[in-house]
Write a protein that binds this ligand. Structure first.
Ligand code: ZN
Length: 203
């Protein structure tokens, strides 16, 4: 149950990020207010925190003999747990950073550079949109801050979990540090460019 709710909340958070992207593109200035997004995000992360609490309380209370005992244990377990502030969580900060970047982006500038054929072509040559691990097109790229190379988020995270001594998989890369989660950052601008390119190709 907890798993299902968390998946749904994560989907809602992804939609919120997508909405920030669309707002930056088509919205008015009063809509490009990160606070509006912050409030929604706070609620969504709050739901996940509540689910976590309820889950924990349930596992303690589930063996109680009577419903009354169950209720009592469940309630006291919930109260025992510290009030977690969604706003102070790393998740909140990370996603708000991403939303702020998206909202402040100058889409006209991005759009006009992709019209300039030469520039865009050059950029495509310089930065590949292919994930070096799966050789598939990236949909959610993350950037290695040490060497500047991009990987698909889910595959690189999985790969470094399996092999913590993984180095940057780009052939000839001079970065000989093991790839760490702390080296990987979101790059909404690049991600948007990939999305646009995919959309253009489908049309
Ligand atoms: Zn590299």
């Amino acid at each position: 149950m907890a798993q299902l709710i968390n998946t749904k909340v994560d989907e809602a958070i992804q939609s919120l990020i997508k909405t920030a992207e669309l707002t930056a593109q088509y919205g008015g200035d009063e809509q490009k207010n990160p606070e509006i997004f912050g409030k929604i995000l706070e609620q969504l992360i709050g739901v996940k925190n509540d689910v976590k609490k309820a889950d924990k309380a349930f596992s303690t209370a589930k063996d109680k003999q009577s419903i009354a005992q169950f209720d009592q244990t469940f309630a006291s377990e919930i109260n025992k747990q510290p009030k977690s502030k969604a706003k102070n969580s790393d998740e909140y900060k990370r996603i708000m950073d991403e939303i702020r970047t998206l909202l402040s982006m100058n889409y006209e500038a991005v759009a006009s550079t992709s019209v300039v054929e030469g520039d865009d072509y050059q950029m495509e040559m310089e930065i590949s949109d292919i994930d070096p691990l799966t050789k598939r097109r990236m949909t959610h790229p993350v950037k290695n801050t040490v060497c500047g190379h991009y990987y698909e988020k889910s595959t690189i995270l999985e790969s470094i979990q399996v092999n913590p001594r993984l180095r940057c998989p780009i052939a000839g890369c001079g970065n000989n540090q093991f790839v760490q989660k702390a080296h990987l950052i979101e790059d909404p601008v690049f991600r948007m460019r990939l999305q646009r390119r995919n959309e253009n190709e489908q049309n």
